[in-house]
Design a protein around this ligand. Sequence first.
Ligand SMILES: Cc1cc2nc3c(=O)[nH]c(=O)nc-3n(C[C@H](O)[C@H](O)[C@H](O)COP(=O)(O)OP(=O)(O)OC[C@H]3O[C@@H](n4cnc5c(N)ncnc54)[C@H](O)[C@@H]3O)c2cc1C
Length: 488
Amino acid sequence: MQKGQKISVVCIGAGPAGLTAAYILGKNNVKVTVLEKNPVYVGGISRTEIYKGFAFDIGGHRFFSKSQEIETLWKELLGEALLLRSRKSRILYKRKFFDYPLRAGNALRQLGIIETLRCIISYIHVRLYPNRNPQNFQDWVTNHFGKRLYTIFFRSYTEKVWGVPCTQISADWAAQRIKGLSLSKAIWNALWFKKQKQNSKNVIKTLIGSFHYPRRGPGMLWEKTKDRIKQQGNEVLLGMNVVEINLLKDKTWQIITEDPTQKRHEFFADHVISSMPIRELGEILKPTLPKVAKIAAASLQYRDFLTVALITKGKSLFDDNWIYIHDPSVQVGRIQNFKSWSPEMVPDLAYNCYGLEYFCFETDKIWSMPNDELIHMAINEMTQIGLIVPSDVVDGVVIRQPKAYPVYDDHYDTNVKTLQNVLENDYAGLHLVGRNGMHKYNNQDHAMMTAILTVKNILAGYQKYDVWTVNEDAEYHEEDKITSSKDI
Ligand SMILES: Cc1cc2nc3c(=O)[nH]c(=O)nc-3n(C[C@H](O)[C@H](O)[C@H](O)COP(=O)(O)OP(=O)(O)OC[C@H]3O[C@@H](n4cnc5c(N)ncnc54)[C@H](O)[C@@H]3O)c2cc1C
């Protein structure tokens, strides 16, 4: 092993959090090295994979943020390449398409008058006889919208995403995620002809009718950020799997990586910004974590994800950006139509590229199924739900994404807090950022904001900002401490 160069900051992971941190540090003339285990791509879960000229995301990535600071950064890095796209998305349930966001006429037509009446009666019933002590997701949603709307619009998709019955998902989770306007409330509003004002503060962000998107996918942003970091004189090293993180006696850090040939490299830094999953961090951190923190880290759970990208030739049968598949007879949870996200996602407009999303655990059979079987299954399912003609398929490819979602089980919050306390007290100079890095189920803008505030803390030399208070809209809420984060 060669003695590495002394540097100030090492960022673990070249996803949105790690690259944003490095870019902002570079702007402030700090020496930084980004270590990324993926040998090919930067961008982490927000990367864009390329296959024979077809580009696709790990799930379509909308660019939308309530934080002006993040929007400005996206523009700064992408300029004209950041397109404004209008959104078209629908729900497929029992071979019927429901516009999403819902529209009154369409919802009525698709549900039919009988089913609409059933939904209303079931809603009135639950208002009259609510469950006074909702214990789980099913109880909570049924309480708010009635059993029929729960069954049509929540159960199947939620169970596909999380892989457990809705009775095993906490009621807190439902309360947290289904806030403000929900799908069912949207139906309810639609049926009662309430007008939803797009882009008003009352409309939740999943319903916003347009979004920004880089013309060659989110990976384009992260490739450009990588280039800027290099122009700043810093390094983004790919194929560098961090296998040890050691706090040395002089309070600096030693980081050891393994490259794809198993060769080990070492780096030294005053600060480490980590966006790798906390559970893995807990295994490689030295001095070894106290037992309680080690158990807390090891207890964190993740949901994995795989995409089967199908390439077809000829006219597409739909032009949605994506379709939610609420039909329980197929395993696919959502289907992306990448040409609708941006025409530049396909090399030739005569072709289409669909991303079929399967939510799973690494231990599930589907995860280790051979790729040709997965492609075969994807073709069958797309055909069964009427979205392709099988003879149009010309190619397919499978992408697996472990730890796509941090799981919010009953103990995750306590586990994360236990770890956070230990790290803040005993491992000064180690900063957790991002999605799996903080075990927060959030978007790119949130990951970026945690990185920006962490850099500000490092530059300030003390914990000026509490990064854990960044909310899921990437807003920093600790007004008594500081109100603006635009001082660098
Ligand atoms: C299906 C799906 C759809 C999504 N849709 C959207 C959307 O529409 N809009 C949006 O803004 N966000 C979306 N997201 C969320 C977005 O992908 C994440 O919020 C974002 O990528 C998190 O950035 P990050 O840098 O924190 O983590 P990651 O993207 O996870 O990056 C972490 C990086 O660390 C690397 N790493 C891990 N371990 C090591 C190690 N030991 N050594 C070196 N490197 C390591 C990983 O390879 C990875 O590159 C979606 C996510 C999913 C799963």
